[in-house]
Design a binder for this molecule. Structure first.
Ligand code: ZN
Length: 187
């Protein structure tokens, strides 16, 4: 099992739009495997490549550990594009491995359609709602350089600012390996 250090809010790569892949090579397969290891070790249900320092449009999801979602298999999304967002929106509390111990209610479309490439680089289309749609939208945002803390109101931003600074200074107890430098990048 390979655990990659998780990039944290303030790390530069989290603010950049990731690059699309042209092929899935051996290194990419290794990266995806390591992303699953890293995500599960940290008790996460979704992880984007730039959260482990890779400039690649990939995210992985496994919501089967959450009650009521046991039937949903782990999914790898490569070069994803959300092609539909429902007008109906719902508020759900979110957290993020790159912003440990901070949670906030975020309003997003209830259901979505996403087109992506699988690990064989075949095009797939997935319609999702509920928790799956929520996790997909959160991870998809990561690939655009957007964190959930970019979506909260100024009042809440002020409230959590001290905690964000602690994370940036690595002054909290991390439950999994994290990066030491804001310039961390692996690919
Ligand atoms: Zn996140």
């Amino acid at each position: 099992m390979t655990l990659l250090p998780v990039t944290l809010i303030g790390d530069k790569i989290l603010k950049k739009k990731t690059s699309n892949l042209k092929v899935v090579d051996v290194k990419t397969v290794e990266l995806i495997r390591d992303m699953f290891d890293t995500m599960r070790n940290a008790n996460g249900i979704g992880l984007a490549a730039n959260q482990v320092g890779a400039d690649k449009s990939i995210f992985v999801i496994d919501v089967s550990v959450v009650e009521g979602n046991e039937e949903i298999k782990p999914i790898v999304f490569i070069n994803p594009k959300i092609t539909y967002r429902s007008e109906e929106k719902i508020k759900i509390e979110e957290g993020c491995l790159s912003i440990p111990d901070i949670r906030a209610e975020i309003e997003r479309p209830e259901s979505i359609t996403i087109v992506y490439k699988d690990t064989e680089f075949k095009e797939k289309t997935l319609k999702a709602d509920g928790l799956l749609a929520r996790v997909i939208q959160h991870e998809y945002d990561h690939l655009q350089g957007i964190l959930f803390t970019d979506l909260i109101d100024d009042q809440l931003k002020k409230k959590i600012n001290k905690d964000i600074i602690k994370i940036k200074k690595r002054k909290i107890d991390f439950q999994y390996p994290v990066t030491e430098s804001v310039d961390y990048q692996i690919a």
